[in-house]
Design a binder for this molecule. Structure first.
Ligand code: ATP
Ligand code: MG
Length: 293
C-alpha cells in the first residue's frame, strides 16, 4: 500500500473553490468541519462455505457535507462492498463506519442507494409511484406529502411528462433518472451510487453525468460515487479515493477540485488522469510480474 502525504493534499496546483473541504485540510487556517461519514480501518469480508474472502482491508476515509466523493479502483477491489458497508447491508469484520458520529448498524433512510442495474424499479408502479413508495413506507409521509415531494424530484430529473409511465416504457437512462429521483426524494444525508451510469451508452452516460452535476449545483447533496472510469471520477468527483486491487486498500486520496466536463482534454485534467492511470497501472504490472514468478 502506498499512501503518500502528497497524494492526500491537492495533487496538482488546482484552483480549489470555497466549498471544497480539502482546502481546510490542506493547511489553511480554517479548521476542518466534522466529517459527515467516517470510514475507519474498515475490513469487509464474505464468508462462503469454503472460503473467507477479504474484499477490503483496513480502508479509511472521511466524507464531508456536499462532497462528491469517488471510490475508484479496478474490478474486484471492493468498491461495491464498501458501499454495502456504508449502506449497512454488511457489518465490518474490523473497523468502524460512522455517520454524523454514530456507528452504522444497519440500513437506514439517511443512506439511499442507486445501483447500476436498470431493473431496480418496481415494474408494477408508475414513475411517480416508484418515487413515492419509500417516502410513504420509510419516510412516514402522507400520500399528499409524498405526491408533492415525488413530483418535485421527478421534475428535477426532467421526467415530469413521464410521471404516469411504467418502467417498461422508459429507456435505460430514464430508468436511472427515476432511481436517482427516488433516492434523492428521501433527502438522505448521503447518496450512495454504485456505477449508476456504467450500463448506459456513451452519449447518455455523458448527459447523465452533466445532469448529476447540475442537480448537485441545485441541491448540494453529498454523494459517495463508485466508478472504475478515471474520466468519470474526474468529471463527477471533488475528491477521489484510489483503491488497490483485491483486497482493496487505500492507495491514495486525491483532490480533483471542480474539473467537470468542460475540463476534459485540458492540461490539469490530463495530468491528473495520467497520474491516476499510472497508479492503477503500476498495480497491474506488479500483478503480471507476480503471475510470472
Ligand atoms: N456475495 C459475495 N460472496 C463472496 N465473495 C464476494 C461476494 N461479493 C463480492 N465478493 C468478492 O469480493 C471482492 C470485491 O467485490 P466487489 O463486488 O465489492 O468489487 P468491485 O470493486 O465492486 O468490482 P466491480 O468493479 O467489478 O463491480 C471480489 O473478490 C468478489 O469476488
Ligand atoms: Mg462493483
Amino acid at each position: 500500500m502506498i499512501v503518500t502525504e502528497a497524494d492526500r493534499l491537492p495533487a496538482m496546483n488546482m484552483e480549489i473553490k470555497s466549498q471544497d473541504k480539502t482546502t481546510a485540510k490542506a493547511g489553511s487556517q480554517i479548521p476542518p468541519e466534522r466529517p459527515l461519514l467516517q470510514v475507519k480501518d474498515v475490513t469487509l469480508q464474505y464468508k462462503t462455505k469454503d472460503h473467507l474472502v477479504t474484499a477490503t482491508y483496513c480502508v479509511s476515509f472521511d466524507t464531508y457535507a456536499a462532497d462528491r466523493f469517488i471510490l475508484l479502483g479496478p474490478s474486484g477491489c471492493g468498491k461495491s462492498t464498501l458501499l454495502k458497508g456504508v449502506a449497512g447491508f454488511m457489518k465490518p469484520a474490523n473497523g468502524q463506519i460512522e455517520l454524523n458520529g454514530k456507528p452504522v448498524r444497519g440500513p437506514g433512510p439517511e443512506r439511499m442507494m442507486v445501483f447500476q442495474e436498470f431493473d431496480q424499479l418496481l415494474p408494477w408502479k408508475t414513475v411517480k409511484q416508484n418515487v413515492m413508495f419509500p417516502l410513504i413506507t420509510g419516510g412516514g409521509m402522507s400520500r399528499a406529502e409524498a405526491t408533492d415531494q415525488a413530483m418535485d424530484y421527478v421534475n428535477k430529473v426532467g421526467l415530469t411528462k413521464f410521471a404516469d409511465a411504467y418502467p417498461h416504457m422508459l429507456s435505460g437512462g430514464m430508468k436511472q433518472r427515476v432511481a436517482i429521483a427516488r433516492a434523492m426524494a428521501m433527502e438522505p444525508a448521503i447518496l450512495l451510487m454504485d456505477e449508476p451510469f456504467a450500463a448506459l451508452d456513451a452519449l447518455t452516460r455523458r448527459r447523465m453525468q452533466e445532469e448529476l452535476l447540475q442537480l448537485w449545483d441545485d441541491v448540494r447533496f453529498t454523494v459517495l460515487f463508485v466508478t472504475h472510469s478515471i474520466e468519470e471520477a474526474l468529471i463527477i468527483g471533488n475528491r477521489i479515493l484510489v483503491l488497490s486491487p483485491h483486497p482493496g486498500q487505500v492507495k491514495a486520496e486525491l483532490n480533483s477540485g471542480d474539473l467537470g466536463i468542460g475540463s476534459i482534454g485540458g492540461e490539469q485534467f490530463q495530468a491528473l488522469h495520467n497520474h491516476i492511470h499510472e497508479m492503477l497501472f503500476a498495480d497491474r504490472v506488479e500483478e503480471i510480474e507476480d503471475d510470472d514468478r
